[in-house]
Ligand binder design. Structure first.
Ligand code: GLU
Length: 327
């Protein structure tokens, strides 16, 4: 386990789609935050959900990041002290964590329907409308629970969350104190089909890999409270620095997603857009450049400061995109 105070950050792409401009935005800022502190960067592939992860995306994401000049120091291609860096190869660590949580009495089986739990291993949602798990299975009489298990009914595992506050400082959005009701109550750490949740995998990996700095999209901000809670329950070290980034939105105010095919890095590359155009455009949006100009990622390191990052999500009109990339 990492003991030094050196900054360790990570890029944690999920290979569930093409790398698009919205991902590059968050990854560029995470990269700059680490490089600004002369830290070390881990690239970790978050392919925990086998149904959604694809080899072609995994390969493409690594290629696109390298093409942009967003280099990493440890990762699936170059190894490192905490290998493997691919979540699908780290199941033993997650199982060990589940065993510890179970032994400590922090988990309970949840027999609620598949529909209710299907969102589990998917990328986390925004925190404005978090559905609350009503705790039905937590209150289930032990005899019913045992009989359900004996009948072979599938169950997820949820964390029995105490009603307490989990506080952290975000370098862009300020101080937060989350109670479980703010993040939807008892959350699942394993689905009924055995797939462990994003929350558990990330909490375990960040803890074991000695990650000290988390920079990612603001849609994941409430997950920070769940991950801090899990790290505490597992006696794992927690990151010290958190910074969530505003989201890039399209002209209609929707987040960039797979359907924005023309804004996938591979499409921009195929159209002849150069990496320095993309980096200059994003560096300008981040308040690091007075105007978009051709830069490398390295050129932006000195200017990087959390204080310059806008707090509002950034809406990109088609006209802005056309003038930047001719896309
Ligand atoms: N793999 C997650 C995603 O692509 C990011 C996880 C994180 O940064 O904690 O949405």
């Amino acid at each position: 386990m990492q003991t030094s105070s050196r900054c360790i950050g990570r890029l944690a792409p999920s290979p569930t789609g093409l790398l698009h401009l919205g991902n590059v935005w968050a990854f560029l800022l995470a990269w700059l935050a680490v490089r600004k502190q002369a830290g070390s960067l881990i690239l970790r592939l978050e392919d925990i959900d086998p149904a959604r992860s694809k080899e072609e995306y995994r390969k493409g994401i690594l290629e696109d990041l390298a093409w942009l000049g967003l280099s990493w120091d440890e990762g699936p291609d170059c190894g490192g002290m905490y290998a493997p860096y691919v979540q699908s190869e780290r199941h033993r660590y997650y199982q060990h964590a589940l065993d510890i949580l179970m032994q400590k009495g922090c988990l309970y089986p949840c027999f609620c329907t598949r529909k209710e739990i299907q969102a589990l291993a998917q990328a986390p949602n925004g925190f404005e409308h978090v559905p609350m798990y009503p705790g039905l299975c937590r209150l289930m009489p032990e005899a019913t629970r045992q009989s359900n298990i004996a009948q072979g009914k599938p169950y997820a595992l949820r964390v029995a969350c105490e009603d307490r506050s989990i506080a952290f400082l975000d370098r862009v959005y300020g101080s937060f104190a989350f109670s479980p009701k703010d993040f939807g109550g008892d959350f699942a750490v394993r689905r009924s089909d055995g797939v462990v949740s994003y929350q558990l995998a990330v909490a375990v990996d960040d803890g074991l890999m000695g990650v000290t700095q988390i920079v990612r999209g603001r849609d994941i901000l409430p997950s920070t409270a769940k991950q801090l809670l899990l790290q505490e329950l597992l006696s794992l070290p927690s990151p010290k620095e958190f910074a969530h980034m505003p989201l890039l939105l399209d002209e209609e105010g929707e987040r960039f997603a797979k359907r924005h095919k023309s804004l996938a890095v591979c499409s921009l590359r195929a159209q002849g857009v150069k990496p320095w155009k993309i980096l200059g455009f994003l560096g300008h949006l981040a308040g690091l450049l007075d105007k978009p100009c051709d830069v490398s990622a390295n050129d932006l390191v000195d200017a990087f400061q959390y204080e310059k990052i806008p707090r509002e999500d950034i809406r990109l009109t088609n006209a802005m995109l056309a003038s930047a990339f001719g896309a």
